[in-house]
Design a protein around this ligand. Sequence first.
Ligand SMILES: Nc1nc2c(ncn2[C@@H]2O[C@H](COP(=O)(O)OP(=O)(O)OP(=O)(O)O)[C@@H](O)[C@H]2O)c(=O)[nH]1
Ligand SMILES: [Zn+2]
Length: 186
Amino acid sequence: MKEMEKIFTELIQAIGEDVNREGLVDTPRRAAAAFRYLNSGYHQSLENVLNNAIFEADTEDMVIVRNIELYSLCEHHLLPFIGKCHVGYLPSGKVIGLSKVARIVEMYSRRLQIQERLTKQIADAIQTAIAPRGVAVVIEAKHLCMMMRGVEKQNSVMTTSAMLGLFRERISTRSEFLNLINRQVQ
Ligand SMILES: Nc1nc2c(ncn2[C@@H]2O[C@H](COP(=O)(O)OP(=O)(O)OP(=O)(O)O)[C@@H](O)[C@H]2O)c(=O)[nH]1
Ligand SMILES: [Zn+2]
């Protein structure tokens, strides 16, 4: 932590600011804590995130968790990308604790990422956890590196998907998932 504080102190100096002025005195400490939190996913594993919350269930119907908020950092600029994640799977004897789906999203998004890899890692984790007949993950996100700087496009949204098993093989399964995630629920 001390090392990261030192780096933030140097960073603030490098942009020409006075690290000793009142408003900035505690900033290296706060920034280090924030940056550590934003990258806390490196210290988690699938096993401890799941905490054994895997349950036997004889349903074979599609399970969807949609609109999971997502905050990650783009690995090219260390700027946030922010959006929503939708996860679906087709159980094969086992289901996963509802909150654990969101925790898996958290674990991988609290790392330096590109959206494509993040999408795939979430799908692979669900596959590993419960070996379902298929997994689908869709992420829609806005990248601050494209909004605040660079090409400065405020409204573009990146959509990525990872489809495994029956979601990849069967168009009807994929369509059912895409229809359900696009449905408006009051
Ligand atoms: N595919 C993909 N690209 C990303 C993601 N996040 C950022 N990028 C892109 O990574 C690229 C890095 O390009 P560079 O030309 O090396 O960097 P740059 O000069 O800062 O690029 P500009 O953003 O175009 O100014 C940019 O096109 C970013 O938009 C992501 O999650 N997925
Ligand atoms: Zn970026």
